[in-house]
Design a protein around this ligand. Structure first.
Ligand code: ZN
Length: 149
């Protein structure tokens, strides 16, 4: 396993769409393991593959209650609304209040290709939205609330 370099907002890759994962092989496993290490080292709650320069639809999240590895994730239900402060490992030192759903349901594959469903509320819902947005080249600064108190 290895710590990978997290790219920052000057890098145009962050605005690109990531491609679906089709091969559930050892390269994918290595990518996921490296992303997990890199996320923990940076003390983040989530990381998308594009943030380590890989345009594949892979996300890792740990909001303090366990690690989730999401391959080809998709938000399939949204409920309610929240406005909370959000930041991003690719925009170090910055933060802003975003508008996000309070609760989401996500469908994703694991590293073996098996499909799972996850639900998240509050911080976890924000993490799902934030990381899945990365896969479409969207950053949290695109979802800022007009109320920046
Ligand atoms: Zn981010």
């Amino acid at each position: 396993m290895a710590i990978r370099k997290i790219i920052t907002k000057e890098n145009p890759l962050l605005r690109k769409s990531s491609r679906p994962v089709t091969e559930f092989d050892s390269r994918l496993a290595t990518l996921i393991d490296d992303m997990v290490q890199t996320m923990y080292k940076a003390e983040g709650v989530g990381l998308a593959a594009v943030q380590v320069g890989v345009l594949r639809r892979v996300v890792v999240i740990d909001c303090g209650d366990g690690l989730m590895e999401l391959v080809n994730p998709e938000i399939i239900e949204r409920e309610g609304e929240q406005q909370e402060v959000e930041g991003c490992l690719s925009l170090p030192g910055e933060s802003g209040v975003t508008i996000r759903p309070m609760k989401v349901k996500v469908k994703a594959q694991n590293r073996e290709g098996k499909w799972f469903f996850y639900t998240g509320e509050g911080l976890k819902a924000r993490a799902f939205c934030h990381e899945i947005d990365h896969l479409d080249g969207v950053l949290y600064i695109d979802n800022l609330s007009p109320n920046q108190n």
